[in-house]
Design a binder for this molecule. Structure first.
Ligand code: WQD
Length: 324
């Protein structure tokens, strides 16, 4: 089987590429290399192409035919919530326009199976203990909105062109499956804290007065390697006969607070952290933890790594890169 992985030079995409290669699948990576890193795609063919460009659909269709691809995994998108609030047009243009080009190319090249990176950001600020896929999404920022609309586009493409699609709603992804594929961006809690510690600074907790047991926000942290396995399971699902669902949460169903994450980082580094307590960050839900029942039942997938595994892998990847 041959899969075209769009955005395969990114943090999550490259983990999926590596996993598919280890399973003996043929992989062609398409990436603009605007944030992707070429070295992460070792072992796969790399085509440099920006899926948001005006002629991208024809070029992608050409690549799909040339590769003899039978499936596509589409990662390439902007993913910073704050940036999406400041530059909404860029998010709508690139995330939605890019996806439109990908779906048109699949239809034209008669590639049937598509896995799309969606996000827990579609849910906004849900007031429930465990978020199920039945909950109606109410995104509160343009990033989450583009992911939700992307899911509608998949449904439309199924009806119009007979595609088969799955959207994976990622919860809080962290860790590294291979040191060289680690998250180099400093945008989320674990890399932000590791970066601050490296600079000799204390971590900052964004609010400790939430209605949670220790007052800090609770999230569902999933190991990037488990997330990569979820993509492989999604491809298998699309290739099978039975396919009752189109949307899946990808998380563990277990919540960890910011202070629990900091404790885990302290354990992994063998030091006690002394966090500063800062003000709340706008738009943060107190708790965002998924129900992972649907993906377990339909795809047979469960997260196998706990918070300590996740944090340890991130710390070790930085050490492997010669950082403290
Ligand atoms: C986690 C928790 C912060 C930094 C984001 C996107 C979401 C999805 C995953 C892509 C929060 C707290 C953070 C710090 C802190 N992305 N924090 N100090 O916001 O849960 O989710 O990434 O699809 O759409 O919104 O992740 O890692 O930014 O924050 O206290 O220095 O850590 O307030 O509670 P978030 P995050």
């Amino acid at each position: 089987m041959t899969t075209l992985v769009i955005g395969g030079a990114g943090y999550i995409g490259s983990h999926v590429v590596r996993l598919l290669l280890t399973k003996g699948e043929k992989v062609v990576v398409v990436d603009s290399l605007s944030t992707g890193i070429e070295e992460r795609t070792a072992g796969a063919e790399l085509v440099e192409l920006d899926v948001t460009a005006p002629d991208a659909s024809e070029k992608l269709a050409f690549q799909l035919r040339a590769a003899g691809a039978d499936s596509v995994i589409h990662f390439a998108a902007h993913k910073q919530v704050g940036e999406s609030v400041e530059k909404p047009e860029m998010y709508w243009h690139d995330n939605i326009g890019g996806l439109a080009n990908v779906l048109a190319a699949c239809a034209s090249a008669e590639v049937r199976d598509v896995v799309f990176s969606s996000s827990a950001a579609v849910y906004g600020v849900p007031d429930v203990d465990l978020v199920t896929e039945e909950l109606t999404p109410q995104p509160i920022n343009p990033y989450g909105a583009t992911k939700y609309v992307g899911e509608w586009m998949l449904a439309d493409a199924e009806r119009a062109h007979g595609l088969r699609t799955v959207a994976l709603r990622y919860f809080n992804v962290a860790g590294a499956g291979w040191p060289e594929l680690a998250d180099t961006a400093v945008m989320n809690l674990v890399p932000i804290v590791l970066d601050r510690l490296e600079q000799g600074k204390d971590p900052v907790v964004f609010g400790d007065d939430y209605d949670t047991p220790d007052g800090t926000c609770i999230r569902d942290y999933v190991h990037v390697l488990d997330l990569a396995e979820a993509h492989v399971a999604a491809l298998d699902y699309l290739r099978g006969e039975e396919r009752p669902h189109r949307v899946f949460n990808v998380g563990t169903g277990t919540g960890s607070s910011v202070l629990e994450v900091l404790d885990a980082i302290g354990r992994a580094r063998g030091v006690e952290l002394t966090p500063e307590i800062g003000p709340r960050r706008a738009g943060d839900p107190a708790r965002l933890v998924c129900s992972a029942t649907r993906i377990e039942e339909a795809l047979g997938w469960t997260g196998t790594h706990d918070l300590d595994d996740i944090v340890r892998s991130a710390v070790e990847a930085r050490r492997g890169a010669g950082r403290p």
